[in-house]
Design a protein around this ligand. Sequence first.
Ligand code: CP
Length: 313
Amino acid sequence: MNWSRKHLLDIESLKAEEILTILDTARAFKAVGERTIKKVPALSGRTVVNLFVEPSTRTRISFELAAMRLNADVINFTAESSSLRKGETLRDTGKTLEALSADIIVIRHSAEGAPHLLSRVVDCSVINAGDGAHEHPTQALLDTFTIVEKKGEIRGLNVTILGDILYSRVARSNIWALTKLGAKVTLCGPPTLVPRIFEQMGCKVTHNIDEALANADVVDLLRIQHERQRLSAFPSIGEYRSLFGLTTERFNRLKKDAIVMHPGPINRGVEIDSEIADHPRSTILDQVTNGLAIRMAVMFLVTGGSTLPKPTN
Ligand code: CP
């Protein structure tokens, strides 16, 4: 299908066909990344600004490298080094970046809806790189891309998302993406972090980890989002691990072809045992690699790209 969106703000508003268009485009960009010459001139002369008002390793570096692979000019800035610290509003920051010819603003912000607000006040494209506990659309896209690579297709798969669902933007975006593509999604974790209201998103909710893992084809682990929790949601890290961590013993009881995913950053010995993080059936680093192709695809599509340009020197 043809892509007509100028922004990527969330997965909730995307149709399944639009998600598949991004995945198909990313597949072409992944093939480009496997050639000797990894750059294409798709964004030559365009400017990408990475506006990260919250910490990030994977997403920020991945967007930066993706923009460079597309031959764009790239500017990175963080809240600490900007006039946001002097009280400048997000709107005025956005207008300033636009006056400097930004074509795409990639924004990560602690406030839910910040990318949506920005998209209403600037004329350039806006890509959500994570807004509070709301959504992290490119993470869900790279996760679904990785599942398709490992499992062939999404439809009919049993996907268990285990951990802190309540405060997780990754969980929300993945629930939207996976259910739109036909997966059966089960959510599991402590009742304080996995309320039954998530059933309204088309998921099964259970607080019994054995039940959640028994038939899983994919186990997607989430870390505890301490930075967003207002109160401690469980008594201790040790208790969390013993009740809801993917220990080696629990991993050994999974289906023999089940894969283990995690968006990172991981907390070894808490939500995942160290040897499982490094296990051949862990896709953690494949997800990072696939994020590059997904972000190239998204930047290409929101700026009106349709035919993949030839590689450049
Ligand atoms: N998965 C993810 O968003 O990681 P970063 O916070 O390091 O970008």
